[in-house]
Write a protein that binds this ligand. Structure first.
Ligand code: PEP
Ligand code: MG
Length: 880
């Protein structure tokens, strides 16, 4: 099999082999666009390199032949004048990993070629600038010299000329820089910058393959679930020059607005620059409208290319282009990264324009991203005064403590701090700090800079290009307009408008995206899996219903016992005095009737599962330590402590070493039996009131932590007794389902028996995961799970994404045996996994009736359930 393919040979269907960039270049070449010629070395070659540490046999011979073809296609010569061929060597994996791996530009230059290049271009300044860029990139990427050393030389030269950017340096400066760079490379790496272009090329290709294994690429893959074994392709392409005089430049454009999704071309253009300058955001860019008067023909041509590519790929495309001496070249295309809101808008608009089908539209939006649509924005009615305004790079508002370095951000986030990462610009080295922060603020860059692209991908607010801000990362301060922001100071950024505020700015709940309900309506037509919500309050229930929840899958009653009510529960559990207990129970019952009726009203006509109390007892009872401290204080004041002593003794009676494995759920319901009876009575009273009001209450009562069928049989008998009593008292017919959670492995394995006493099962996958793994859900994530994930001991956090092999197997057994014993059994999931797209796909596969998710994830679940139905249909034809 050939490792090398000319751009003219391939097409977009071969992205596994050619990588995204290679596939896009091949496809565009086939379309006849003005793509500089070149070839792709396949991911297969990289995989062999990873396995053996050597490039495959015969690769260099193939590369030599491809270079000969490239010379004849370009009419230029590699390593020689009079028309020297310079090339770029770029990585390009099957999945887009912006800026994560290495690129080398202007390869093929040396002390002779630079002179020939100057003569050919008639621009010595350009030739020497190309050389110094090459030396810098090659030194860094291939020979591992810290970029800082090159930057120091450039800074000195800029300071000497009082120059704002490298473009203002003189030819002499650039010649000096090239010599200095060669000395630095020699000194730091022990090797010279190789003058032989062939050697440059081989070393560069090897370095690109090796960059697949670098730390930042590894981190990026972890964050985006990209498998490590895929490898990257390498693309070798004739250089075209955006920095060849004033009638050249380079840019990035999107066929629709990547921020809002609006159907209008959008882009950044930088005159007299190479591509890296745009992405790095070193200078401020022009818009496409501003490009039009500079290069009217190229502008018109570019718009036509954009339209053609969008039609061809049937998706919003991101296109890199260069204008070399008034001639347009297209360098790259891929599916454009977009905000969550833009993704929704683009998918629905494209379906309505007839460009894609509704099913494709449903598949085009990442369900998890819908959560960010619910992000807060700044409350402008409060007229907050911004300190400064930068580029609105990724929407949403965020507040947090300023932090100036990624490692520090990572550490502070582990302590639970909310943070804004403040940098001059971000690089791939900052990725973990960006992941740790709530928002990103940079003084440089535009909408396509690294900070902007990565923040959009992560779904975090970002403001870039805040030119009024000066960042001193070493001193951990930023200065904006006379205000000094130090590490730990709270700031707010608004990525929707680009504003920056000192302190906490007032925020409001977000407004929905107009097209979202349309997309979700299409999703609802497709999905078979039901979606309910976990809600314990009327406000949450209303929010969930508005988001499309088809009922409550879990109302945790222990969440209703805060503050004063907690003390009532404590009295019920601890008191020896029957009269005191009875009074406390009555008291609580009245309050519970109100609680339950509120939920039934909010979900009228839809099922509401009320789970009887499942208190973590250690959280519900007073702490003996605190009681003892109070005793000490009272003794100091000479006051009576008998009541505290009594309480402390009572608490001691209930204390457990492993509360998670102790008196929880139904166990407490059996031991303190009047608690569950009281809750049942309250729920039935709430139903009665609703029926009398002419409403349609659909109550389901659920018993937690059942492990033997006998527990459920007893509870069922108690509940049925209460139902009969209530029916006799009111003359009403009460239709109430009685079911159980399946959250212990034994319950899952004996589901056939348990189903005989249950109308429904709801998998409590939080506990089921905890109990199956023997991992404490309260402790493991903070203590060691992160390390397990980083070291690849676990592929996913099982508390976030359901473990198919273990926990999933228990679920499958329980569904099968439960339904065999009781064909009418209703089955759902109410653990956190009910809102996680990958877990939702598993739930559908396993034949569950519904998932229950937290209210902000109800829309996520609706879309994910539809996508689970469509699994097998492909996503975007361009990318992903
Ligand atoms: C569960 O265990 O998955 C569940 C939903 O119950 P809780 O989280 O309240 O223990
Ligand atoms: Mg549980």
């Amino acid at each position: 099999m050939a490792y090398v393919h000319d751009f003219g040979e391939g097409d977009a269907s071969r992205r596994d082999l050619l990588g995204g960039k290679g596939a896009g270049l091949a496809e565009m070449t086939q379309l006849g666009l003005a793509v500089p010629p070149g070839f792709t070395i396949t991911t297969e070659a990289c995989r062999e390199f990873m396995a053996t540490g050597q490039v495959p046999d015969g690769l260099w011979a193939e590369v030599d032949r491809a270079m000969a073809r490239l010379e004849s296609a370009s009419g230029r010569t590699f390593g020689k004048g009079p028309q020297p061929l310079l090339i770029s060597v770029r990585s390009g994996a099957a999945f887009s990993m912006p800026g994560m791996m290495d690129t080398i530009l202007n390869l093929g230059i040396n002390d002779q070629v630079v002179t020939e290049l100057g003569a050919w271009s008639g621009d010595e300044h350009f030739a020497w600038d190309a050389y110094r860029r090459f030396a810098q990139m090659y030194g860094e990427v291939v020979l591992g010299v810290d970029e800082r050393h090159f930057q120091e030389v450039l800074e000195d030269l800029r300071a000497g000329r009082r120059a704002a950017s490298d473009a203002d340096l003189t030819t002499k400066d650039l010649q000096h820089a090239c010599r200095r760079f060669q000395t630095i490379i020699n000194g730091r790496s022990g090797q010279p910058l190789p003058p032989d272009p062939e050697m440059q090329l081989r070393e560069a290709i090897t370095a690109v393959f090796a960059s697949w294994g670098n730390e930042r690429a590894f981190r990026y893959r972890r964050l985006h679930d990209i498998p490590d074994h895929l490898g990257t392709a390498a693309n070798i392409q004739m250089m075209v020059f955006g920095d060849l005089g004033t009638n050249s430049g380079t840019g990035v454009c999107f066929t629709r607005d990547p921020g809002s999704g609006e159907r209008r071309p959008y882009g950044d253009y930088l005159p007299r620059a190479q591509g890296e300058d745009v992405v790095a955001g070193i200078r401020n860019t022009l818009t496409l409208d501003e490009l039009a008067p500079l290069h009217p023909a190229c502008h018109e041509q570019l718009l036509a290319v954009m339209e053609g590519l969008e039609k061809h790929f049937r998706d919003m495309c991101d296109i890199e282009f260069t204008i070399e001496r008034d001639r347009l070249w297209i360098l790259q295309t891929r599916a454009g990264k977009r905000t969550a809101g833009a993704a929704v808008r683009i998918a629905v608009d494209m379906a309505e324009e007839g460009l894609i089908s509704r099913r494709e539209a449903v598949n085009r939006v990442d369900p998890a991203s819908l959560e960010q649509l619910e992000r807060p924005r700044i409350d402008d009615n409060a007229r907050p005064m911004p300190l400064a305004t930068g580029v609105a790079a990724s929407p949403g508002a965020a507040s947090g403590r300023a932090v100036f370095d990624a490692d520090r951000a990572d550490a502070m986030a582990r302590d639970g701090e909310k943070l804004i990462l403040v940098r001059a610009e971000t690089t791939p080295e900052d990725i973990h700090g960006m992941a740790a922060a709530q928002g990103i603020l940079t003084s440089q860059g535009g909408k396509t800079s690294h900070a902007a692209v990565v923040a959009r991908g992560m779904g975090k607010p970002a403001v870039t290009g805040a030119a009024a801000m000066r960042v001193d990362a070493n001193a951990k301060v930023a200065h904006i307009d006379g205000v000094t922001i130090r590490e730990g100071d709270v700031i707010t950024i608004d990525g929707t408008t680009g504003r920056i505020f000192n302190g906490l700015a007032p925020m409001v709940e977000p407004r929905p995206i107009d097209q979202l309900e349309q997309l979700l309506a299409w999703a609802d037509e497709i999905r078979s899996l039901g979606v309910r919500a976990n809600a314990d309050t009327v406000a949450d229930a209303k929010k969930a219903r508005a988001a499309g929840a088809e009922g409550i899958g879990l109302a945790r009653t222990e969440h209703m016992f805060m503050g004063e009510r907690l003390r009532i529960v404590q009295r019920i559990i601890l008191s020896d005095d029957p009269a005191e207990r009875a009074a406390a129970l009555q008291d609580l019952m009245h309050q519970q009737v109100e609680d339950f009726q509120g939920l039934l009203v909010a979900m009228d006509g839809l099922p509401v599962i009320i789970r009887l109390l499942d208190p973590p007892l250690h959280e519900f009872l007073p702490s003996r330590f605190e009681l003892e401290q109070e005793m000490v204080q009272r003794l100091r004041l000479g006051r009576e402590i008998a009541d505290l002593e009594r309480m402390s003794a009572q608490v001691a009676r209930w204390e457990e070493d492993n509360p998670m494995l102790g008196l929880r759920g139904v166990r407490l319901g059996l031991i303190v039996s009047d608690l569950y009876r009281m809750q049942t009575q309250a729920a039935l009273e709430a139903v009665t009131r609703q029926l009398r009001a002419g409403a349609d209450p659909k109550l389901e009562i659920m018993i937690p932590l059942v492990v033997t069928v006998e527990e459920l049989v007893r509870m069922r008998a108690m509940i049925e007794e209460e139902i009969r009593r209530k029916e006799a008292e009111t003359g009403l017919q009460l239709h109430v389902l009685i079911g159980t959670m399946i959250e212990l492995p034994r319950a899952a394995l004996t589901a056939g028996e348990i189903a005989g006493a249950a109308d429904f099962f709801s998998f409590g996958t939080n506990d089921l995961t905890q109990m199956t793994y023997g991992l404490s859900r309260d402790d493991a994530e903070a203590l060691f799970l992160r390390q397990y994930l980083e070291e690849g001991l676990l592929e996913h956090n099982p508390f976030q994404t359901l473990d198919r092999q273990g926990v999933g197997r228990l679920i499958k057994v329980a569904v099968k045996e439960g339904r065999e014993a009781n064909p009418g059994l209703e089955v759902g999931v109410c653990g956190e996994h009910g809102g996680d797209p990958a877990s939702i796909a598993f739930c559908r596969e396993s034949g569950l009736d519904y998932v229950s998710a937290s209210p902000p994830r109800v829309r996520v679940a609706r879309l994910a359930a539809a996508q689970a139905e469509l699994s097998g249909d492909t996503g975007s034809p361009v990318d992903r």
